[in-house]
Write a protein that binds this ligand. Structure first.
Ligand code: HEC
Length: 117
């Protein structure tokens, strides 16, 4: 009986060890993703910016966003992308605390990748 218990314990230890090895050898770094306007950036801007920076907003509903400062389209965003990125990276936009670190990086990557549509 004792022999069996030892054999069983060794079996458990070995399988745990082997399973542990398997999972710890996954690659730590995931492949960099290509960022495009269609796949990620349009949604980021819609969710975080168009509440104020949209041609559909006028007067007080813009919450002070300058009248011609709209980012509804790819063209509008690209035409001012460097300034937009400066505000984003500084955590100034949106005004209520900026974007998450992940979203800031996403926008920077989009710029660095060549502002792909
Ligand atoms: C709650 C309203 C609001 C939201 C949401 C908002 N902004 Fe603004 N934005 C403003 C106001 C007000 C100003 C003018 C004051 C200033 O420049 O800081 C402004 C100015 C700017 C400017 C400078 C003017 C220009 O267009 O060159 C940029 C760039 C900008 N915002 C980008 C963004 C981006 C990008 C987002 C989303 C990540 C965003 N904003 C979200 C209100 C907003």
């Amino acid at each position: 009986m004792l022999k069996f218990t030892y054999a069983f314990l060794i079996f458990i230890l070995l399988t745990t060890f082997i399973a542990g090895c398997g999972s710890s050898h996954k690659p730590a770094v995931t492949a960099p993703q290509t960022v495009t306007y269609a796949a990620q950036i349009q949604k980021l801007i819609t969710d975080n910016c168009l509440g104020c920076h949209s041609f559909q907003k006028t007067g007080i509903t813009r919450y002070g966003a300058p009248a011609n400062s709209n980012y509804d389209t790819y063209e509008q965003l690209v035409s001012n992308a460097v300034t937009v990125n400066a505000y984003i990276q500084a955590g100034q936009m949106p005004p209520d605390g900026g974007l998450s670190a992940a979203d800031r990086k996403l926008f920077q990557d989009w710029l660095d990748d060549g502002k792909l549509r």
